[in-house]
Design a protein around this ligand. Sequence first.
Ligand SMILES: Nc1nc2c(c(=O)[nH]1)N[C@H]1C(S)=C(S)[C@@H](COP(=O)(O)OP(=O)(O)OC[C@H]3O[C@@H](n4cnc5c(=O)[nH]c(N)nc54)[C@H](O)[C@@H]3O)O[C@H]1N2
Ligand SMILES: Nc1nc2c(c(=O)[nH]1)N[C@H]1C(S)=C(S)[C@@H](COP(=O)(O)OP(=O)(O)OC[C@H]3O[C@@H](n4cnc5c(=O)[nH]c(N)nc54)[C@H](O)[C@@H]3O)O[C@H]1N2
Ligand code: SF4
Ligand SMILES: [Mo]
Length: 886
Amino acid sequence: MPVKTTCPYCGVGCGVVADRDPAGAVTVRGDPLHPANFGRLCAKGSALAETVDLEGRLLEPMVNGRAASWDAALGHVAEGFSKAIREHGPDAVAFYVSGQLLTEDYYVVNKLAKGFVGTANIDTNSRLCMASSVVGHKRAFGSDTVPGCYEDLELADLLVLVGSNAAWCHPILHQRMLAAKAKNPACRIVVIDPRRTATCEGADLHLPVRSGSDSVLFNGLLAYLAKNKAADGAFVGDFTTGAEAALAQVAGQTVAHTADVCGLTGGAVEQFFSWFAKTERVVTLYSQGINQSSSGVDKVNAIINCHLLTGRIGKPGMGPFSLTGQPNAMGGREVGGLANQLAAHMEIENPRHRELVQRFWRSPVIAGKTGLKAVEMFDAMAAGRIKAVWIMSTNPLVSLPDATRARAALDACDLVVVSDCMRNTDTTRHGHVLLPATAWGEKDGTVTNSERRISRQRPFLPAPGSARPDWRIICDVARRMGFSGFDYTSVAEIFREHASLSGFENNGVRDFDLSALSTLDDRAYETLAPVQWPVTRDYPTGTPRLFETGGFFTPDRKARFIPVVPRPPKNPTSREHPLILNTGRIRDQWHTMTRTGKSPRLMMHMFEPCAEFHPEDARKAGLDDGALARLSSPWGQMVARVTVTAEQRRGCVFVPMHWNGEYAGDGLINALVNPATDPISGQPESKHTPVKAEPYLPKWHAFILSRYEIERPEKGYWVSGRTGMCWRMELAIEERPASWRDWARAQLRAEQADIEWIAYRDPSIGRYRYASIRDGRLEGCIFIASDHKLVSRSWLTNLFAENSLSPKARMSLLTGQPLEAGEDIGPIVCSCFGIGQRQISAEINKGARNVEAIGQRLKAGTNCGACKPEIGKLLNGAPVPKPLPA
Ligand SMILES: Nc1nc2c(c(=O)[nH]1)N[C@H]1C(S)=C(S)[C@@H](COP(=O)(O)OP(=O)(O)OC[C@H]3O[C@@H](n4cnc5c(=O)[nH]c(N)nc54)[C@H](O)[C@@H]3O)O[C@H]1N2
Ligand SMILES: Nc1nc2c(c(=O)[nH]1)N[C@H]1C(S)=C(S)[C@@H](COP(=O)(O)OP(=O)(O)OC[C@H]3O[C@@H](n4cnc5c(=O)[nH]c(N)nc54)[C@H](O)[C@@H]3O)O[C@H]1N2
Ligand code: SF4
Ligand SMILES: [Mo]
């Protein structure tokens, strides 16, 4: 039976129809009726079925490295937490949770911490993600409200994307924007990002802004709007306060000054400003290039100020739009999952709110002050002030800045409990108690996407092993700690309580209000259709937009302008660390790879952690494209594969955030990232760390492809994963083994008698190649060289699909290059159909002129469409890397 559910990845919140046939095979497709995606899914969503197998899953509780019964594990956690509270008080324990929990899980853990344990030491990975937007919203609107909806992106005539690589991070929304632009010739897209990202494909203007200078840019825009009479005097007068102070702050700021500070040309800035001034329907979308900054909150307000001044908010096609990252970043904020929030968008510092929530919960206590924010929480662990911590649905030893310090903090904590679905992560390796949680496909509950739309996640798979839903694990522990109020028997019951609290004594003073859903019976909850909050008696079918005519949630119901004094990033570059490290995401991986890393299809797009350098910076540092670089900062170091590209701004290097100890040695970027945070939101500055880069020249480079999983070395640089039909490992080797041949045979498990062994060696130029073949099929191969110039992996990977290697293919294994033109398809661009860069370029050379023509000829881009911007780049003449010499 097909089940309608929601994608567990990004905040777009696409509807998915999942099915499992009697043999157990899972299929997923987009839900044609879901208003976020209308049937489409991106590459990650399309590959979901490849991630639901049980390989690597945590299937039973573990205590101190040994399997334990639930009874023993829950008892251990409850007793450990109770003891810490008894001996050191409630603030000696902490919860570190995640925007990937479902709302129901999140609601109960927040209730447990703030209402029963009596501590606000509960924070979430949303601190690394949305915290600056939350504060920016609250300062401007009095509430954490996203005013608009996705339809606005289609109604707008100007879309400004700031610090957002939506083409890769919110692909389905980006495709909706491009489709709307194709229909509306008046529509323009401006991208503001130091890098020329895939999102710039199809944009009318790209402003490669100097890293960290966005408040100057938006202050400049505010001044320009005022000067050019673009202000909406009536809106400003009736619905806002503070315009004078904000305008006084930017008075006299010229286009020339703005361009100078932001590292842009005056012409480009003028173009952007004049489009913004003249276009009524403007949506400004922003994400981590804004939030992840030591002045992230101010940047958010600098953007909102421009929308308030022009009255462009809450109206069709207009508004500031914070793109949320995680599937339930919004839900977490609704239940008050951050250390400075209470539940249902109430505030911990507000005594009336505390009284109200405590009365509603009938709880013995209520946390009286803001708790520790993520980075502070780990500092408190390091200092011995937190004795017990419970981590749920996040992998902080990979995702927190200054990750080495975070690891030391966990190791200093007496009791570390980790609820995860995977057995081995960088974080579970440091947990004393591991609790097996059910995963996507098994879980039941709700999530809220970027446009405030609540959708159901429904199970279509049984819970494996003894895994349990997070809400149940939390309630089990709460009851064992002696707390009442956790006797829920279903998620529907929790949802009703959450919805009732949102409407409790609300009377329109709080934005978050689900009162019309507080009496849903179990069946109505089961069939709940996607709906945008507020959902009240007056708006029973939900609310697409807020604030068109004021009605902000400040005491006087007026929005606030916030004067913004721009500040540079906290840790500037120096002579020793002259480059700015920028970190973020790639198209086909999700965060710490625990799920997307399972998909051979998704691993094909980018296999290794890359470091992208501007050609000038690469030249200065002596770095070759395809070679290895060692990056170091005052906090730590890592190794990555160099990509030289003019799309990178000079002085900056970009490295993806994803690789970690499970997939790579020396590949953890957060080992370098500085722990500076925004003083108000506490959000880390993950986009700006001073670093230096040097060539890393190991004695030997090697890669291995094998039908069997390859053993990981204990130290040094390596990257491992499954791509296409085989396992792959990239290696840097410092100590040459006694015999390359014996080493290769061991790596390839080629000791059996029926293995045919092919070897090629040329010690004079430092080249060794080995392949093992069984029954005519390629079993594995190893290429070793004294430099990084090894051969194309995608061509070799494809040989694993052949049932019988042709004589030519055998020959080519020895020569290290395909004997026939066209066999090397180059790096994979379209992961849905496995189409490589060279295949696309060949069609372009044969006359294909647009993305559609490529689709007709190769199918590339015709499934999820996430690779269309990259195909566009190739069409626009982006250089295709030359074949590497053998
Ligand atoms: N494929 C994929 N998609 C995802 C995720 C994933 O892991 N993988 N994660 C999801 C989550 S949780 C989140 S939060 C979102 C994040 O979505 P995005 O914020 O779009 O993604 P990032 O790559 O982190 O950063 C966006 C851009 O900010 C730019 N930037 C860096 N510094 C500056 C600056 O000073 N000014 C400006 N204007 N831009 C700057 C970077 O160059 C980068 O291109 O993605 C979500 N979607
Ligand atoms: N340098 C740098 N660092 C960053 C960022 C950046 O741009 N640059 N971005 C930051 C941002 S925006 C974010 S959101 C974070 C994300 O960082 P994390 O939250 O640490 O990353 P995930 O890999 O999503 O971790 C989710 C974990 O929960 C597990 N899990 C999945 N589903 C469930 C479930 O239902 N229950 C339980 N109990 N566990 C589950 C997964 O196996 C995985 O171990 O990273 C942040 N860190
Ligand atoms: S855009 Fe992709 S990752 Fe995001 S919700 Fe939709 S299918 Fe999932
Ligand atoms: Mo995020």
